[in-house]
Write a new protein. Structure first.
Length: 742
C-alpha cells in the first residue's frame, strides 16, 4: 500500500536537517520513518544507511545498504558503502568481492576511473586476483597510463607465478615490456621467471626484487596433505624430532654415553619398542638437553599411558618452531586424558592454529587465522565441563587419522562461516553436537549444494544431517533457507519461527531475535513471526523495541485489511507507550494511526476526539489541525472549522511561514468555494502580500456570495475594500455601492 507522500517528505527533510547538524540519531529516526512510509524507496534507504554508519551501527547499516541495492541494483552507492562496511568489520574477502561488484556497475555506466578505483581497492584487500589485475592493466593501458599499466602486468606475472603458471607469468611480463622495453623492473622479472626465482613486486613504485623460488626456501618439513601421519601433528613432530636429534648427535660429535643412549632410544622408537625407547631417552636426558629428545620422550610417555610423566618434557619441547605444533597436540591429549578439559582445549586449539598456519601458506593475511582461533578460545570460556569434554573429543578426533589435514581445512571453513553467521554460541553448538565430525561434513556439503543451486540435493543432505544431530539448529535454518529459495515461503517462515522459539526456550534470546528480525525483512507481513518477536522482547523487558514491534504489527494488520485488529493493537501500543514513558512523538504517531482507522470506518466522532487529544499533547501538530478542519467542514460545522483553521494559521504566523498560510487558504477555498470566511481570509492575506489582482478576485467572489445570501451590509463593506484597491472598472463598483445605499 502506498505511503503518505507528505509524511515521507517531512521525514526526509527532517533527516536532512538532522544530518546537516550532525544529529545522527535524530537522522536515523527521521529516515527510518521515511522508509516506513515508502519501503521501496532507495534514496531513503541510502540516507538511513549513512546515518547508521555515522553512529557506528555497522551491521544495521549493512542490512539497509543491502536492501537499497536490491531496490536499485544500478546505483553503485549502496554496493560501495556495503564494501566499506565489510572492510571496516574485517570481512575482507567479502569486501573485496563487493568492490569488484561496484566496479562492474561503474563500468556499465562507462565510468572507468571509478571502476579502476574499486578494482584497486579489491586487490589491496585480496592480493593475487588474477582477473582483476588483468582488467586493471588493460584499463590503464587504454587510458595511456603506462607506468600504472606496467605495474599491473608485473603484479599479474607475480600472481601467475605463485599459482605455478610460469608460462602465463612470462606472457604478462612480455606485455609489460611492450609498454617499456627498457624498464628495469620488467627485465628483472623476466630473468627471475627464466631462472626459477620468485617475482616480487615491491611497493607502489613498480620496483621488483627476485628471490629464490619457494621450492628452494627453507620451510618446516611437512608431509604433503594427502600423506598425513595418522598420529596427527604429534606423529609428524616425532618423525621430525628423529631427524633433528640424529643430526644433533652426529654432527655435534656427541658419541659419548649420552649420545649413544639417544641413538639407541631412536632405534627402539623406530621398532615400536616404546618402553625400551623411554628408558634410553631418560638415560640420555640428564646430559643431552635437546627439544627433539624431550618431544619424543613426552610423546612416548603419553602413548604408554603415563600422561603425568609426559607433561614436563613436552612443555620443554613447545618452544622449538618445527616441533611446536606436535608438542601442543601432545599436551592437549595429556590434559584430555587427565580430565582437565579447559587446559586441554587451549593446547589443542593452539596446535590446530599452528598446523593450519602451515597448511594455508597461500592465505594472504595470517592475522585472519589468528583472529579466528582467538575468537574460538573466547567462545569456549566459561563452558561447562561436560561441554568442554565433548568439544575436546572432537578436537582429538580431528587431529588423528590419515585425512586429518583435509579435515582441518574443512573444519576451519565451517568455523569461519559459523562465527560470521551465528556467533560464538553457534561455534559451541556445532562442536558439542552428536557426531559433530560427520555433521561438519554434512553442513559443508549442504553449503556447497546451495552455492551451486542444487537445492534438492542440499535438502536431502540436510535431512541426513538432522538424523545425525536432530537438535543442531543451524541445519534447520539452512532447511528454511532452501525452502525460501524454492518458493515455499510459508513453510520456510514456519520453520524459522520454530527455530526462533527453540532458541527462546534455550534462553538464547539474542539469536532468536536475530532470526525473527531477518525473517521479518523477508516477510514483513507475517503476523505470527512478529508476535513471536514481541513475546521475546517483552520477556526481556525491552519495552522500547517491543513498542516498535507493536506499531509494526498494527500496521501489518492494517495492510492486510483487518482494520479492527489494527485499531486494537494500536490501542495496546498506546497503553505501552504511556507505561514506558515514550516520547510525545511516538504517542502522537500511534494516535494518528488510530484516528486514520476511525476515519476509514466513518466514525468521525472518535476520530475528532483523538485528533483533539493529539493537539493537547503536541499543540503544533499540523496534520491534526488539518484533519479537524476537514472533519468540522464535513459535519457542516463551519464555525468550529474556522476556529481550527485560525488556530493553524496562528501557528504558521508565529513561525513566519507565509507560504504555508497562503497554500492552506487556497486549498480550503478550492474545496469550499462558497465559504465566505475562507474567501475573506484569503483576500486579506493577498492584500498583505501585495497581490492586488488576486485580492480583488477573492473580494469580488466574496461580495457575490454575500449578496446572494442577502448580507447587504457585509457586501457593502466588501465592495468598499475593492474600491480602495482601485480596480479596473472602478466606476461600476462605485455605482453598485450607490445602488446598495453605501
Amino acid at each position: 500500500m502506498p505511503g503518505n507522500r507528505e509524511a515521507y517528505e517531512q521525514a526526509m527533510n527532517a533527516g536532512h536537517n538532522a544530518a546537516w547538524d550532525k544529529e545522527w540519531s535524530l537522522a536515523v529516526a527521521a529516515y527510518g520513518q521515511a522508509v516506513k512510509e515508502f519501503p521501496d524507496d532507495a534514496e531513503a534507504h541510502i540516507h538511513l544507511g549513512l546515518a547508521l554508519l555515522e553512529i557506528g551501527r555497522l551491521d544495521d547499516a549493512l542490512k539497509v545498504y543491502t536492501r537499497a541495492h536490491q531496490i536499485a541494483p544500478e546505483d553503485p552507492i549502496p554496493l560501495e558503502k556495503s564494501a566499506d562496511i565489510l572492510e571496516r568489520v574485517g570481512r575482507l574477502k567479502e569486501a573485496s568481492q563487493q568492490y569488484i561488484n561496484v566496479a562492474e556497475v561503474y563500468l556499465a555506466q562507462r565510468d572507468l576511473d571509478k571502476a579502476i578505483n574499486n578494482w584497486e581497492r579489491a586487490t589491496r584487500l585480496t592480493p593475487g586476483l588474477v582477473a582483476i589485475h588483468a582488467k586493471l592493466a588493460q584499463a590503464h593501458e587504454r587510458l595511456g597510463n603506462k607506468p600504472r599499466a606496467l605495474r599491473q602486468y608485473l603484479l599479474l606475472a607475480q600472481a601467475f607465478q605463485r599459482l605455478g603458471e610460469s608460462e602465463k607469468a612470462g606472457k604478462a611480463v612480455q606485455r609489460a615490456l611492450k609498454l617499456d622495453g627498457k624498464n628495469v623492473a620488467a627485465l628483472n622479472a623476466l630473468r627471475a621467471i627464466e631462472s626459477g626465482a620468485e617475482v616480487n613486486v615491491a611497493g607502489d613504485t613498480g620496483e621488483l626484487t627476485a628471490r629464490p623460488a619457494p621450492s628452494s626456501a627453507p620451510k618446516p618439513s611437512r608431509l604433503p596433505v594427502g600423506e598425513a601421519d595418522p598420529l596427527g601433528p604429534m606423529g609428524e613432530a616425532m618423525t621430525d624430532a628423529l631427524g633433528l636429534l640424529a643430526s644433533y648427535v652426529m654432527e655435534g660429535g656427541m658419541l659419548d654415553a649420552a649420545g649413544g643412549d639417544a641413538l639407541q632410544g631412536m632405534e627402539f622408537q623406530r621398532q615400536g619398542l616404546h618402553d625400551r625407547a623411554i628408558e634410553a631417552y631418560r638415560r640420555a636426558e640428564s646430559r643431552l638437553n635437546h627439544p627433539a629428545l624431550k618431544l619424543n620422550l613426552g610423546a612416548l610417555l603419553l602413548l604408554t599411558n603415563k600422561p603425568n610423566d609426559a607433561l614436563k618434557p613436552l612443555g620443554e619441547a613447545v618452544g622449538h618452531p618445527q616441533l611446536s605444533a606436535g608438542a601442543l597436540h601432545a599436551l592437549g591429549k595429556v590434559y584430555y586424558t587427565l580430565g582437565k578439559h579447559k587446559q586441554a582445549s587451549r593446547y589443542l586449539i593452539q596446535s590446530l592454529q599452528a598446523v593450519d598456519t602451515v597448511l594455508t601458506m597461500d592465505i594472504d593475511d595470517p592475522e585472519d587465522l589468528a583472529t579466528l582461533y582467538d575468537r574460538l578460545l573466547t567462545a569456549l570460556e566459561g563452558r561447562s565441563e561436560e561441554a568442554m569434554e565433548a568439544i575436546n573429543n572432537r578436537f582429538v578426533n580431528l587431529l588423528e587419522g590419515k585425512d586429518w589435514k583435509q579435515r582441518i581445512a574443512e573444519t576451519r571453513r565451517q568455523l569461519e562461516e559459523t562465527l560470521r553467521d551465528e556467533g560464538e554460541q553457534g561455534i559451541v553448538d556445532i562442536l558439542v553436537a552428536a557426531r559433530s565430525d560427520k555433521l561438519t561434513q554434512s553442513v559443508s556439503l549442504i553449503d556447497r549444494f546451495m552455492r551451486q543451486n542444487l537445492l534438492t540435493l542440499a535438502m536431502d543432505e540436510a535431512h541426513r544431517a538432522i538424523e545425525v544431530s536432530p537438535t543442531y539448529l543451524p541445519v534447520h535454518i539452512r532447511m528454511a533457507e532452501i525452502m525460501m529459495r524454492e518458493g515455499r515461503v510459508r513453510q520456510a517462515i514456519n520453520k524459522y519461527n520454530v527455530v526462533a522459539k527453540t532458541y527462546m526456550a534455550r534462553r538464547e534470546n539474542d539469536r532468536a531475535a536475530s532470526i525473527l528480525s531477518e525473517v521479518l525483512e523477508m516477510a514483513p507481513l507475517d503476523v505470527s513471526v512478529r508476535e513471536s518477536l514481541i513475546e521475546l522482547l517483552e520477556s526481556e523487558n525491552r519495552w522500547d523495541e517491543a513498542l516498535d514491534q507493536y506499531i509494526d504489527l498494527a500496521d501489518t494488520y492494517h495492510q492486510l485489511g483487518n482494520f479492527d485488529m489494527a485499531r486494537d493493537i494500536f490501542i495496546e501500543a498506546e497503553k505501552l507507550a504511556n507505561k514506558v514513558g515514550a516520547s510525545p512523538e511516538r504517542t502522537v504517531r500511534i494516535k494518528h494511526r488510530v484516528a486514520d482507522i476511525d476515519q476509514m470506518r466513518l466514525d468521525m466522532r472518535k476520530a475528532q476526539r483523538t485528533y483533539e487529544e493529539i493537539i493537547q499533547i503536541m499543540p503544533t501538530d499540523e496534520r491534526a489541525h488539518r484533519m479537524l478542519i476537514d472533519i468540522h467542514y464535513r459535519q457542516g460545522n463551519q464555525v468550529e472549522a474556522l476556529k481550527k483553521l485560525d488556530a493553524l494559521l496562528g501557528i504558521y504566523a508565529k513561525s513566519k511561514q507565509v507560504n504555508k498560510i497562503t497554500q492552506l487558504l487556497e486549498e480550503q477555498v478550492a474545496m469550499y468555494p462558497n465559504d465566505t470566511g475562507l474567501r475573506s481570509r484569503l483576500a486579506a492575506i493577498y492584500r498583505q502580500m501585495g497581490r492586488k489582482e488576486d485580492a480583488i478576485k477573492q473580494l469580488d467572489a466574496l461580495g457575490e456570495l454575500q449578496l446572494e445570501a442577502g448580507l447587504h451590509q457585509d457586501a457593502i463593506n466588501t465592495i468598499r475594500q475593492i474600491v480602495q484597491l482601485n480596480p479596473p472598472g472602478l466606476e461600476d463598483y462605485k455605482r453598485l455601492l450607490t445602488q446598495l445605499g453605501g
